[in-house]
Design a protein around this ligand. Structure first.
Ligand code: GDP
Ligand code: MG
Length: 301
């Protein structure tokens, strides 16, 4: 008797910094979701596809849910909540080391209004004792009827195979949505912009807020040399931030460009010429029409 092929969509949700992107990267095995020790770096919906002979799981890395402070915040929460309803399964990731926080309670309240099954993934178990882990699980178990509770370490990979097995168990019969070798359905330009943004955040540390956006203006291939030229613009809200990103005699921007170029070359497997500009766009997060321009178009979701 042959088993039927199973497939489905899984949303990964949780507070900023609990390890959602790390988990996705651990599962997919390639750097697609941006990783950072700064909160809230993933703003777009990133899909990774995990395919075996038995099943295909399409992952959605939703923006971290938080109390909205501006329009973009509202927009992100709305995306996340819509996502909850659309998917077949939700991974609710929590940080075992920080315990139950108000952000988690906010998410649990939202989960109570939807029917989608939820796995509670207690992440960073490498940072707590078994006793602490046990009492934390008890606490959460009383708050919501989770379909499964699975302790993991997204960073080290502990229990991730169990998680994937359990995921397959809960998925229903379905088609292979994506070819087996396809890792993400985002156009490469999104990944490229995230790789540049990651370098901005890493190199400028606390000096530039996560509101920085990167727009890929163009990608051109030289027909003779096959070399790619990528033109990108980093968008900030204040001229002081522009100054920080450019740095003394352009040194910072040079570093950002150089490091991002190396990552992009690894991703694309070809030589790249990267041109990066910096532009100030005041309060862009509060202007709906700019959200559209920068790829946060609601119709996509
Ligand atoms: P996200 O905001 O939920 O996407 O979180 P990230 O995936 O960006 O992870 C935030 C931080 O937590 C990063 O510094 C990760 O290296 C770290 N992290 C993620 N998973 C684990 C884990 O299992 N153990 C430990 N010790 N750190 C982790
Ligand atoms: Mg993330």
């Amino acid at each position: 008797m042959t088993e039927q092929f199973k497939s489905g969509f899984v949303a990964i949700v949780g507070r900023p910094n609990v390890g959602k992107s790390t988990l996705l990267n651990q599962i997919i095995g390639q750097k697609i979701a941006i990783m950072s020790d700064k909160a809230q770096t993933t703003r777009n919906k990133v899909q990774g596809v995990y395919t075996t002979d038995e099943a295909q799981v399409v992952f959605i890395d939703t923006p971290g849910i938080h109390k909205p402070k501006h329009k973009l915040g509202d927009f992100m929460v709305k995306i996340a909540l819509n996502t909850f309803r659309e998917v077949d399964l939700i991974y609710f990731v929590i940080d075992a080391a920080t315990g139950l926080g108000r952000g988690d309670e906010f998410i649990i309240e939202k989960l109570k209004n939807i029917d989608t099954p939820v796995f509670l993934l207690v992440n960073k178990i490498d940072q707590v004792s078994p006793e602490e882990l046990f009492s934390l699980i008890e606490k959460y178990r009383n708050l919501y009827p989770f379909t499964e509770i699975i302790p993991i370490s997204a960073l080290q990979g502990n229990n991730v195979p169990t998680l994937l097995d359990q995921t397959t168990v809960h998925l229903e019969e379905g088609p292979m949505y994506y070819p087996k070798d396809q890792i993400t359905d985002h156009p490469e330009r999104f990944i490229i912009s995230e790789l540049i943004r990651e370098q901005v955040l890493l190199l400028t540390r606390e000096e530039v807020p996560h509101s920085v956006a990167v727009v890929i203006e163009g990608i051109e291939k030289n027909p003779k040399t096959e070399k790619l030229t990528i033109m990108a613009t980093i968008i900030v809200e204040r001229s002081t931030q522009k100054g920080i990103i450019i740095g003394k005699q352009g040194q910072m921007l040079k570093q950002i460009g150089m490091r991002a170029r190396k990552e992009i070359e690894l991703l694309l497997g070809s030589k790249v010429f990267l041109e990066v500009w910096v532009k100030v766009q005041k309060n862009w997060r509060d202007k709906e029409h700019y959200l559209h321009d920068y790829g946060f178009d609601q119709d996509e979701y």
